[in-house]
Design a binder for this molecule. Structure first.
Ligand code: MN
Length: 247
């Protein structure tokens, strides 16, 4: 199940995904058939890869329920509505983001919200793990030490003013960099200052931590390290070295 879900996020399983919402059942069936012939297209609301309480005590069950079932689902619904009956219904997210400045704010904000949360759920797990030898050596090369990398990531997440995300990315010149984006922007979008392939991300909107941590964003970021799914980050890094990324 977990493996299947991961495959679906890298695009291979997208053909079997549900068509965007707000359609009748018969239309949904027709769209499903049509999507079977499209290799990397169609958008779907993904299953959470673990139980709502799986990341306790670091991320509490109530936050997870609201965050996934209300916030993330809301972005997906609004994104689906924004792209209904347009060519974006069958455009891979990476291609949507590559020209997001042309598509208007509803696509930018809700498409980002839809996609960013998929990455976020996937890069957490109760099992933790550690960076691969290759990723670790790149982190040390770019940030001097693993602790220095964590400090820089913490700082980017902590100091993002208002709502947004912090990211570890691999840039086109194969440098690991830490960036933060406002609102639901991400480093694949043509509107951001520093582009790159996302490897690890943390949501620092207040809805991601306020129930448990209130105004103490720093405590939430520190707790996040306990649930980072390094297996997924390692896989993203290996793909990114080949110029590939999710969905
Ligand atoms: Mn969020």
């Amino acid at each position: 199940m977990k493996r299947r879900h991961f495959i679906s996020l890298v695009g291979l399983g997208a053909a079997a995904a549900c068509a965007p919402g707000a359609k009748s059942d018969s239309n949904k069936q027709e769209d499903k058939k049509a999507l079977k012939t499209a290799p990397v297209s169609g958008h779907f609301f993904p299953a959470l890869p673990y139980a709502y309480n799986a990341l306790e005590p670091h991320i509490d069950v109530e936050t997870m329920e609201l965050h996934y079932d209300k916030h993330h689902r809301g972005y997906f619904k609004k994104f689906s509505a924004a792209i209904e009956d347009t060519s974006l219904e069958t455009t891979a997210m990476r291609d949507v983001f590559a020209e997001v400045s042309k598509h208007g704010l509803a696509v930018r904000n809700n498409g980002g919200g839809y996609y960013n949360h998929m990455l976020f759920w996937e890069n957490m797990s109760p099992e933790g793990g550690e960076p691969s030898a290759r990723l670790l050596s790149h982190l040390v090369k770019n940030f001097k030490s693993f602790d220095a990398f964590k400090d820089a990531f913490f700082k980017a997440a902590k100091t993002r003013f208002g709502s947004g995300w912090a990211w570890l990315i691999l840039t086109d010149d194969r440098e690991l960099k830490i960036v933060s984006t406002a609102n639901q922007d991400n480093p694949l979008m043509d509107v951001v200052e520093t582009k790159g392939i996302p490897l690890l991300t943390i949501d620092v909107w207040e809805h991601a931590y306020y129930l448990n941590y209130q105004n103490k964003r720093g405590n939430y970021i520190n707790a996040f390290w306990n649930v980072v799914n390094w297996k997924v980050v390692n896989k993203r890094f290996e793909k990114a070295l080949k110029g590939e990324w999710l969905g």
